[in-house]
Write a protein that binds this ligand. Structure first.
Ligand code: 13P
Ligand code: SF4
Length: 363
């Protein structure tokens, strides 16, 4: 079982946000809430955006989203803000208001290079923290402070210090799905797209990987480095089973099964390919399989299906309840009120930045 987002983390995140809000509110006054009526003007102004999602969204649903899409896109320009959206965000966010989309590594790099004053993070709390760590001078907003992650909640900075004491001299690699406090304690970060490369870059015969036991097992299967793993798990990916996938294979002959490395080892083993969310998308774009099953969060398949022709998507997806906390109304609220601001203690941020930057510098 995954470990739920801990109450302590929420309270701490809220306390950080309340402290920061006073600063951001002074720099960015609250704006009036835009008119959110659905009418012919909104329909015409957003028709080109509806085309991007029409394959996965009925017109009646668009009538609800379109006024928010129009208002958010106008407000973004007024605020000099960008929206960074993870591949698990829903299609109306991913295709219609996001300025940049990608996997965790791509979003981290974009946060470091964007010249906007405000970043609205379409993703969960650790992603907003990573943006803040890399762009301390920017205002980073999360549309929902409670958008956590079972992996990030499974380990604390004190746990990392205890590991350090138990395994002196063994380098520690933290998946980016961790809090800033944890990143500050480790030697280097990794994402699912570079985990093997990061582990092998350390020149050590033993490496501690935290907090995802399955990512650690999937990396261990590809390297001679002995991996010591923490026992966290992603509550979305750990639910997929071999039996479930075998039955999809039987029902859908020829289907290509593409898994995320947060899935259990045996699920990855029977898959045709495993990689980060961006690598999964690249696989579909490059190979154009006739039938594909993305073993990951539900919105990914929607987002890829919306822009793909000639591929049938089989959908045994699992929802991430944390990612799904991010909605258009909350993004609009974030831009109108400049809330909730995500802050990281500057001393923690400076140490965490070293771990994240080492990963980015590996290329
Ligand atoms: P990536 O997009 O880096 O593959 O991460 C997947 C994920 O679960 C993020 O929360
Ligand atoms: Fe965390 Fe898993 Fe949700 Fe990603 S999908 S945010 S790893 S719980």
């Amino acid at each position: 079982m995954g470990i739920p987002f801990q109450t302590g983390d929420k309270e701490r995140a809220r306390a950080h946000a309340l402290g920061a809000l006073e600063g951001a509110a002074q720099r960015f006054p609250v704006l009036p809430m835009p008119n959110l009526a659905w009418n012919r003007e909104v329909e015409a102004a957003t028709a080109h955006l509806y085309e991007r999602v029409a394959k996965v969204m009925p017109a009646i649903e668009w009538a609800y989203h379109a006024p928010y899409v129009k208002a958010i896109n106008e407000l973004k320009r007024e605020r000099n803000a960008v929206i960074l959206a993870h591949n698990y965000q829903t299609p109306e966010i991913y295709h219609c208001v996001a300025d940049f989309v990608g996997d965790s590594l791509q979003l981290a790099k974009l946060a470091a290079t964007s010249d906007a004053e405000i970043i609205v993070q379409g993703g969960v709390h650790f992603m907003a923290e990573t943006s803040k760590i890399l762009s301390p001078e920017k205002v980073v907003l999360t549309p929902d402070l409670e958008a956590g992650c079972s992996l990030a909640a499974s380990i604390t900075a004190a746990d990392v210090r205890a590991l350090r004491a138990e395994y002196p001299g063994v380098p520690i690699v933290a998946y980016v799905n961790t809090s800033a406090d944890v990143k500050a304690e480790v030697d280097i970060c990794c994402t699912s797209s570079n985990a093997l490369k990061v582990v092998e870059s350390l020149g050590s015969d033993r490496v501690i990987m935290l907090p995802d036991r399955y990512l650690a097992e999937n990396v261990a299967a590809q390297t001679k480095v002995k991996i010591i793993a923490w026992r966290g798990a992603c509550e979305v990916h750990e639910r997929f089973t071999v039996e479930e996938l075998e039955s999809y294979r039987a029902d859908h002959p020829g289907v290509k099964i593409i898994a995320h490395p947060e899935c259990p080892r045996e699920v990855v083993e029977i898959s045709d390919f495993a990689g980060s969310t961006a690598a999964m998308i690249d696989y579909v774009r490059a190979k154009k399989p006739a039938r594909v099953l993305l073993v990951t969060e539900c919105s990914m398949a929607d987002n890829v299906a919306a822009e793909t022709t000639g591929t049938e998507f089989i959908r045994p997806c699992n929802f991430c309840p944390h990612m799904k906390r991010i909605t258009l109304p909350k993004i609009l609220d974030a831009l109108v009120h400049i809330r909730e601001e995500v802050t990281v203690d500057p001393l923690i941020a400076a140490r965490a930045r070293v771990s994240v930057q080492r990963m980015i510098d590996l290329g």
